[in-house]
Structures are given as structure tokens and as C-alpha cells.
Design a binder for this molecule. Sequence first.
Ligand SMILES: Nc1nc2c(ncn2[C@@H]2O[C@H](COP(=O)(O)OP(=O)(O)OP(=O)(O)O)[C@@H](O)[C@H]2O)c(=O)[nH]1
Ligand SMILES: [Mg+2]
Length: 262
Amino acid sequence: MTPGKEQLAQRRTGGGRGLPLSVVVLSRNEERCIGEVLESLLANVGQPFEVLVVDDSVDGTARIIQGFSAAHECIRLVRQEGRGYTAAVMTGVAHARYETLAVLVADASDDAGDIETMRAKMAEGYDLVCASRYMRGGSREGGHGFTGACSRIVCVGLRALTGIATHDASNSFKMYRTGMLRSMDIEEAGYATSMQAALKAHFGGLRITEIPTTWRDRGAGASKFLPRKEAEHYAHWLLWAIAERLRRGVRGKRRRDEREGA
Ligand SMILES: Nc1nc2c(ncn2[C@@H]2O[C@H](COP(=O)(O)OP(=O)(O)OP(=O)(O)O)[C@@H](O)[C@H]2O)c(=O)[nH]1
Ligand SMILES: [Mg+2]
């Protein structure tokens, strides 16, 4: 989990602009949104960067991505290896060229205008920057009210229980040190994959911060979110975090007792 030579050099020089960035876009049947997302990335992200669209579509999404990659060298279509959301993220991680990696959805819910702010934070030496809907200045616009309320409760609860340095561990819009993700044992977790990574980074003692973001409900296309299946994933990782917190609390107390007894 130690930073590489490139990362250390970037930490010394500071400034996010020059930090080479891999942007992983997760897309499954997003032909009505993918064009807007790629345009927005081209307009908002400074060089050097690459965009890897990890695609698992059966509609016209791949054709649109190919059109963009023919015109822009920095955009690549990557066929997903394996099935599901976790496999999509890990395909992006496996193919990324650079040591800093952002994950974005392809339904235009995430604001590509936040990427440079996150990049600047990474250049300060953070291992993980979370785009946060629930901190001051962040927001959620539209979307299902019940799902939104559950998401907020889980995130606020996680922060209170674990002390993780973000109000929004569950948002998939994040920027990571690529080597950190590669060295983590990421388990199948559906949409809770990024929450799993954030929790493992937290309990691994890595540096986490957050910036405010506005999440907007998709303007077009259909949701792939399966509430019952994903609720199980979120519940599993919430319980995992509680168990980890208790285990560490007990271990910490035992160490303190041993020190005092010595
Ligand atoms: N490559 C890949 N992308 C996926 C997969 N499942 C979902 N996605 C993408 O992940 C993103 C999030 O999925 P959504 O269906 O928007 O889920 P959601 O944001 O909870 O649902 P909405 O609120 O309706 O947008 C979208 O860009 C999807 O295209 C998958 O199995 N493979
Ligand atoms: Mg969505």
C-alpha cells in the first residue's frame, strides 16, 4: 500500500493539474446518456488523462463510445470482464494506466466538474477522495425519496459508528490511488463496492477526505438498481463495519489494559 515513485513525486510538486488520471466510466445500456457524459469529461478534465468506458451493454452504447474513441485518443472502450457492478469496477482498475483513478457512472448523475477538485486533493497525498452528497455544500437532486433516505441514514450511521472521514461512503463517485485498490481484497458487493473500498481504506489507516458534490437523477434511460439485492449488499457492509469497529475497540482496550498493567 506504499505510494509509488510517481505518486511521491506528485506529492512533492503538489497541484492536481499534472496528476495523470484514469477515469473509469461504468456503463450498461446507457445509449441515451453516454454521449453527454463523455462530452462533459472532455470539457472538464485537464490532460493528462484517459477515459476507460467499461461497458456491458446490449444496446447502441458501444457504437457511441467507439465514435468518441475514433475522434479522441484518450477515450477507450473496454469490454467488461465478468458480470455485475463489482466486476465492472475491477475491470476498470485492471486496465487503468495511471496511479490516480476516478470512478463515474454513465447516466450523467455525477458531476464531471468536480473531478479537478478531487484531483487536487489527491495531489495533496490522499489515498481516497469521496464526492459527498451529504456534507455541507453537497446535495441530491431528484431520485427515489425512500432510496435516498436509506442511503443518507446508512452513510450518517457509518460515519458516527466508524469515524470514517466522509459523510457519504456509499456514493460510487470517488477518486482512488490505483495501487491501493489493486492491493485490496475487493469482494463481490454489487453497488456497495465503493462503500466496501472506503471502509477497508478507513480500517487500513489510509488517508481519506471528501468534497461536496451534487448528484442528479438520471435524465434518460432505465435504472439497473435492484433494490432488494442491493439492500442486502449495503446491509452486509454496514454489519461488517460494526463488527470491525467492535473488534478493533476490544483490541485497543486490551492493549491499553496491558500497557497499564505492565
Ligand atoms: N459496466 C457495467 N455498468 C453497470 C452495471 N450495472 C450498472 N452499471 C452502470 O452503473 C451506473 C449506476 O447504475 P444505475 O442503474 O444508474 O443505478 P442507480 O444510479 O442506483 O439508479 P438510478 O437512480 O435509476 O440512476 C450506471 O452508469 C449503469 O449503467 C454492470 O453490470 N456493468
Ligand atoms: Mg444512476
